[in-house]
Design a protein around this ligand. Sequence first.
Ligand SMILES: [Zn+2]
Ligand SMILES: [Zn+2]
Length: 324
Amino acid sequence: MRRRDFLASLPASVLLPEALAAAGMRLGDAGPVGEAGRGGPYALVLGSVQDGGFPQAGCYTELCEHGRRLQREGRGRFVASLALVEPEAERFWLVDATPDITRQMDLIEEPAFRRRAAERRPFDGIFVTHAHIGHYTGLALLGNEGLGIRDTPVYCTAAMAGFLEANAPWSLMVRQERIRPTPLAPDTWHQVGDALQVQLLPVPHRNEFADTVALLVRGPQATLLYIPDIDGWHLWHRDVAREVEAADVALLDATFWSLDELPGRTVEEVPHPLATRTMDLLQDVADRRGARIVLTHLNNSNPAHPRRRRWRAGVSRSPGRRCA
Ligand SMILES: [Zn+2]
Ligand SMILES: [Zn+2]
């Protein structure tokens, strides 16, 4: 089985204008985002792990201990998130507000961002894909007890906006005019900023509180597809291979590597596509268009977490824990 040209995502930069070069980036060195984005707009990968983080609370498996080591070394992996940046216009958008938001905002090194943060309006908008803890609870750290942001649109579906307006503590943030839930119609382009357009793509997912979307981001030179959570490719009304082929970079839900992480479960019971199957499904696309498929939203049981050699080809000896 060929499995070439798939990248395990890390907190590294993906540049929209240079998406093809970005796809060739060697992941494994997290580190600072460096030269990202001189000039044109770019997307920055702020995190690539599942909602519960890496390590997860109270988890002392070998993999989670590895996650702790990375954190101590300043190379920690954070929960899946992106920043979209127009550096010249000094405009910034966040895609999903995670529990790691404090450290993730530090990855945005543009001086203008820090100046704007001091003015309590660092983001021009925050996109929220859905109401699972890894994707929106970071908003709390931007509220009263934290940064205390002002008048920041939260772009999401109508159902997600309704959820934020109706439930504390988010409803308090709305009343205080810190966040402004702003529904965007799905499946249509929305202009954000001077150079970026975004489309919300509804995807099937466990929707206990609201619904779930993926994001398609279009810059002047490249398109990025971002699907952190989906129940299964076969459940989507779109053809994932076609969508990936149409994009320049695709960051895809790879929560679980294989069924080895989920003892006693069948593939039908797994609420995410297995990374091994995703790679089989998309290998032809990767071969035709080059290495532009990045695996993200990795669970703490996922052996694709770099870096120890024995984890690369096989699976962790640790059994799977909670799923996303
Ligand atoms: Zn998630
Ligand atoms: Zn989810």
